[in-house]
Design a protein around this ligand. Sequence first.
Ligand SMILES: Cc1cc2nc3c(=O)[nH]c(=O)nc-3n(C[C@H](O)[C@H](O)[C@H](O)COP(=O)(O)O)c2cc1C
Length: 215
Amino acid sequence: MSEWINKLRDSHADFDKGGLIDSLVTNPFKGFSLWFDEAITNNEIEANACIISTIEVSTLQPSSRIVYLKELKNEQFVFYTNYKSQKGTELLENPKASLLFFWPGLQRQVRIEGLVKKVSLEESDIYFASRPRESQLGAWASNQSEVLNNRNDLISRLEEFDLKFPNEVPRPPHWGGYGLSPNLIEFWQGLPSRLHDRLVFQKTAESWSTFRKNP
Ligand SMILES: Cc1cc2nc3c(=O)[nH]c(=O)nc-3n(C[C@H](O)[C@H](O)[C@H](O)COP(=O)(O)O)c2cc1C
């Protein structure tokens, strides 16, 4: 056990890449866009991948998985998925969710909490139409989150939909976007001596209150 802990200790970052989070102070969405652009410039792998956590209401069991952020629009963080998936059914019962971005090269994380709503049908149509044909067919073929007894069943379904839609593939009615409207956004910058900087924006009736938290 101690050997295992020592190995991990050696692999931890020194948190010497950043400074205090001053430039973000006024608006959390501008702050997010700034950090997101820096993550892209810094060649972070999968910079738009984030962990979304939802809760199953009857058991209060949280669950997490990665989705891609596709847009930050009208102060909403937009991602796409299958509305009948586990996350989709959980969001139907309890639309509260959290998103977490981790950009290790910059030693940053952003934590976002809020309420999720489906985006308009038109928006989902436009995004679906922009996807590659294989992804479009996959959205029809995969009963996301349901038990799959045999992988060949999935392949056969894909082939069926390929034949069914020889030209344009319509958006499946159970597939589309969600927009998360945040009530909290926390920016975390790793700093030396574990004195990391945490800047929190919490939504108030009028705008946002800002405060720091102990690391
Ligand atoms: C890098 C990465 C990106 C992903 N992006 C998405 C996505 O945008 N939408 C999605 O539904 N699933 C995405 N997935 C798959 C999900 O993590 C998850 O397996 C799937 O949505 C089913 O989750 P659920 O059963 O909890 O609903 C992604 C996985 C990875 C590793």
